[in-house]
Design a protein around this ligand. Structure first.
Ligand code: IVH
Length: 700
């Protein structure tokens, strides 16, 4: 798509922009070049999976474009990278009539089915051999997108195949779909393209984790998550799901005056190549062209073996007659084309019986119901229990003990119950009664009003104590190798380990002679425990298992303090001034540090020799306002402007010269003029009085 010289030019431009951005130079003449540079990097990232710059550098360039466009709205173009920005709620999705109906595919499941398909195609066409193009069958939600005069003008869901929902704004959130593409270079005026919207496995897992953290039932599989995303009314929510799209079919095109059909569009593989060249994510790298059906069958079988190594879900392969003229000749039935067939992989769904529900207590006291199932093989793994998340999930899915349930294991995604088969109930099924007391310590369970999760709030609950220690020693936390779940449980049961500080006071001599404990493993464990004392502060902070404090938040928090116990001194309000810390996270941190026994535990850990100081922090001497930007305007009641600026800088803040989207805080005094007016229009700028500013830097 980009030639070597173009890549070199765009890389040079990138460096130039980064330099100018640092100097704060505003450019409006070069805005087109900046847009092209951004599109180039988006293509490297979203299509080629091979970025040339760091995410942060891309963000800087993007912000620069955003700022320039904000200051010069007349320069904005419909296909500017900024125009994907989610624009709030869609009221209704109007009907979108597809230019060509969206048909489904006929299915095949084995070698014989494919041989049959090939035989019929030969018979109908009178040919002795047919060329096929084979590509993955993506497992998501189908979409149809129209480009006119090189611009994306409409995106729609499949609907009933004739008419779908017009979801253009949501479709624009998909970074792998270009907002404009040079179809005109191929003589094309209008084109309708079909494709599939997906969520890759890791984004799906992350999204579900986030839902569960918020007490919202998770989504059953990436397919439902992707397909459902298109009809969400809030496009900001759509953007959060990180959707991707593969395009695999040109259903219609019209030519510019005097132009001829481009040769690429005379074959299917050529169409995929054309789309790839224009910056789309087509299965250009995954496709293969074969001249006989046996090779097709082998390719399909090979792909099935490797399906789990793909970052996204596929449920089979699609075999298409490669020559478009021949496709037209073969035509279609009312349901599906005669020139294509899906080859479906082995099912990853199975039905089984829900025999019982057990309850597990996590480290934050959350009580999770786990369905015990009659063991059943799904996609090569035997499944006998599945988390059913919370009470609301059970209600929503109408699960009962004794039910036949449909389960699915989507690749390496954790198995889920898709639904209960209510039609075949016998009447003997029993409702699931969520316990009122903790299954481990028997204290009464509590549930917050807006939450779906019941919790045991007894922090001494043995289940929680053990889970907290398991989290503490885990790989992403203190990374104490060789400790693991089993040893935590064993030492706890033996009474050797009661709490986190106890990890550092274990009597290793007692372990000698114990089954599974050779001298070498005892020595290794001792060394690993000792070594963990030097783990950096952010790991310790994460290891404490404070609700809502994941690895990223732990890093931000660690950067904002010089000593862990500083967090005890920061008010609930000020905690929220820390980057990415909202009221929920702040509340949880505040709650943790207000508890005397937690403070006592931290003091013990410090005595033992753990790292509660933030060493890096001292080196860089940054304050609480690390990286935050300030601007002062008007006459401040008590401070001289230069003094106020120096105070902001002394705390790690940075002073800007004008109001822009880069500005975090505008501190206003009397007679503040146009700067205040301008700042009010930018949502992200916080407007502070002098008193509020002083409070922010910890001077009341
Ligand atoms: S071609 C007229 N190619 O599978 C033929 N479809 O079960 C148009 N799908 O409705 C479809 N990957 O949503 C085609 N590489 C691929 C596909 C694909 C996934 C979906 C598509 C279709 C469904 C049929």
């Amino acid at each position: 798509m980009y030639s070597k010289t173009e890549i070199q030019r765009l890389q040079k431009d990138t460096q130039e922009f980064i330099k100018k951005e640092k100097q704060g130079v505003v450019f409006n003449k070069e805005v087109d070049a900046l847009r092209e540079t951004l599109r180039f990097h988006e293509h490297r990232y979203y299509i080629l999976n091979d970025p040339l710059i760091a995410d942060g550098e891309y963000d800087k360039l993007y912000k620069l474009l955003e700022k320039t466009e904000q200051e010069h709205p007349e320069l904005i173009t419909a296909d500017s990278p900024t125009q994907r920005v989610a624009k709030g709620l869609t009221k209704d999705f109007p009907a979108a009539h597809h230019l060509v109906p969206m048909l489904s595919l006929d299915n095949s499941y084995n070698r014989d089915d494919l041989i049959d398909f090939d035989r019929k195609a030969k018979e109908l066409s009178g040919l002795l051999a047919i060329e096929y193009c084979v590509e993955p069958k993506f497992d998501g939600g189908s979409i149809s997108v129209i480009y006119e005069n090189d611009l994306l003008v409409r995106g729609a869901t499949r609907g009933d195949g004739v008419e779908g929902d017009e979801v253009t704004t949501n479709i624009k959130q998909i970074r792998s779909l270009p907002l404009s593409a040079k179809f005109s270079a191929y003589g094309i005026q209008q084109i309708e393209i079909r494709g599939e919207v997906l969520i890759n496995k890791s984004n799906f897992a992350k999204y579900n984790e986030q839902l569960m953290e918020e007490g919202i039932p998770p989504l059953a599989n990436p397919r439902n998550a992707a397909a459902g995303s298109l009809r969400i009314k809030d496009s900001k929510e759509v953007a959060k799901r990180n959707l991707e799209a593969f395009v695999y079919h040109v259903s219609y095109f019209s030519l510019l005056k005097g132009e001829k059909i481009p040769v690429e569009l005379t074959t299917h593989s050529g169409s995929l190549q054309l789309l790839w060249e224009l910056g789309f994510r087509s299965p250009e790298k995954e496709k293969r062209v074969f001249k006989n059906i046996d090779e097709v069958i082998t390719y399909c079988a090979d792909f099935e073996v490797g399906r789990d190594n793909l970052p996204y879900e596929i449920d089979g392969m699609v075999i298409k007659v490669n020559n478009i003229e021949l496709q037209d000749k073969l035509g279609m039935t009312s349901h599906h084309p005669r020139w294509a067939i899906a080859y479906k992989f082995k099912a990853r769904q199975a039905t089984t019986k829900l025999i019982d529900v057990e309850y597990q207590v996590g480290r934050t006291g959350a009580v999770t119901p786990v369905a015990k199932l009659e063991p059943v093989p799904v996609g090569g793994v035997t499944v006998s229990s599945i988390s059913i998340h919370n009470e609301e999930y059970i209600r929503e899915k109408d699960l009962r003990i004794g039910d036949a349930v449909l389960i699915e294991r989507a690749g390496d995604v954790i198995p889920q119950i898709v639904k209960s088969l209510t039609d075949i109930r016998t009447g003997k099924e029993k409702k699931i009664r969520f316990p009122k007391t903790c299954p481990v310590c028997e204290s009464i369970l509590f549930k917050e009003e807006e939450e779906a999760v019941w919790r045991c709030i007894n922090i001494e609950c043995p289940a929680q104590v053990v889970e907290r220690m398991i989290h503490f020693v885990s790989k992403d936390a203190m990374d104490i190798r060789g400790f693991g779940d089993a040893n935590v449980r064993k030492f706890y049961e033996l009474g050797w380990l009661k709490d986190i500080p106890g990890i550092y006071n274990l009597d290793f001599s007692k372990m000698t002679g114990m089954e599974g404990f050779g001298q070498k493993s005892i020595d290794n464990l001792q060394t690993a425990i000792e070594k963990s004392k030097t783990q950096p502060l952010h790991r310790l902070l994460y290891a404490l298992g404070i609700r809502f404090v994941g690895e990223t938040t732990a890093k931000t928090l660690a950067r904002s303090v010089t000593h862990l116990l500083d967090l005890k001194k920061i008010s609930l309000e000020d905690l929220q001034n820390i980057e990415d810390v909202g009221p929920k996270v702040a509340g949880s941190i505040h709650h943790f540090f207000s508890n005397d026994s937690n403070i006592e535990m931290l003091e013990q850990l410090e005595k033992i020799g753990l790292q509660l100081n933030n060493e890096k922090k001292e080196e860089s001497a940054e304050g609480n306002l690390n990286g935050q930007t300030f601007l002062f305007t008007g006459t401040l009641p008590t401070l001289k402007r230069s003094d106020a600026e120096a105070m902001a800088e002394a705390n790690g803040g940075q002073i800007l010269s004008g109001v822009s989207t880069k500005l975090n805080y505008l501190v206003v005094g009397e007679d503040a003029g146009s700067k205040l007016e301008k700042a009010k229009k930018i949502n992200s700028v916080k407007i502070l009085s002098e008193a509020e500013f002083l409070k922010l830097i910890g001077q009341k």
